[in-house]
Design a protein around this ligand. Structure first.
Ligand code: TMP
Ligand code: MG
Length: 211
């Protein structure tokens, strides 16, 4: 069904530190695209609904302990269990707005000291995003935002290391947006990037992450 009439949907990923505003911007982008009549779904990783996702959720809430490599592979498995559905949605013409993806997987685990190549390996073969929007917020600023500190990784020193690893992952699909300006300003930039991406990727083939 690669030739579905309007072309395929776009795989748009939002990345950033905890409390960088990703979830709000995903929701705003989703309703904007729906309003345009664009077939769109909002996804997020970790997807806490699956059985793997429940293990991840318990770990993040500090209700269970797992070895660093083990939790890394669970996060990756949580993406793999969604890969087929993701592919069929995209080929069927639905655009996916995804709150976190493989870049979170690599940046957070590498921030614990795991080898970056080892971290990338299980992500190879997942679908490659058409656009990654990185919401850039200083770790100290993010920490001042409401709801911070509840989960395992929400500590400023750790988030600083995550930011450094995110930086090293930037490639040609990345657009960095200043996440510290008013929400409406961020929203406008996100919309424009997304609209361009959606029209450009219609003719482009889906590819795999090839780190
Ligand atoms: P969330 O707050 O967006 O639900 O994400 C939960 C935490 O999990 C967040 O601190 C980022 C982290 N994370 C990883 O460590 N690896 C991953 O692969 C993903 C998707 C998230
Ligand atoms: Mg969180």
């Amino acid at each position: 069904n690669a030739g579905s009439k309007g072309g395929r949907g776009a795989l748009i990923v939002l990345e950033g530190l905890d409390r960088s505003g990703k979830s709000s911007q995903c929701a705003r982008l989703l309703s904007f695209l729906e309003g345009k009549g664009c077939a769109t779904e909002g996804w997020r990783f970790p997807d806490r609904e699956t059985s793997v996702g429940k293990m991840i959720s318990a770990y993040l809430a500090n209700e269970s302990q797992l070895d660093d490599r083990t939790i890394h592979l669970l996060f990756s498995a949580n993406r793999w269990e969604k890969r087929n559905l993701m592919e069929s949605k995209l080929l069927g013409g639905t655009t996916l707005v995804v709150d976190r993806y493989s870049y979170s997987g690599v940046a957070f685990s590498a921030a614990k000291g795991l080898d970056i190549q080892w971290c990338k390996a299980p992500e190879v073969g997942l679908l490659a995003p058409d656009l990654v929007i990185y919401l850039d917020v200083q770790p100290e600023k993010a920490a001042e935002r409401g709801g911070y500190g509840g989960e395992r990784y929400e500590r400023v020193e750790f988030q600083k290391r995550v930011a450094e690893h995110y930086h090293s992952l930037r490639d040609s699909t990345w657009k960095v947006v200043d996440g510290s300006v008013p929400m409406e300003t961020v929203e406008e930039q996100v919309r424009e990037l997304a609209m361009n991406c959606i029209s450009e990727c219609k003719e482009k083939q889906l590819t795999n992450l090839s780190w």
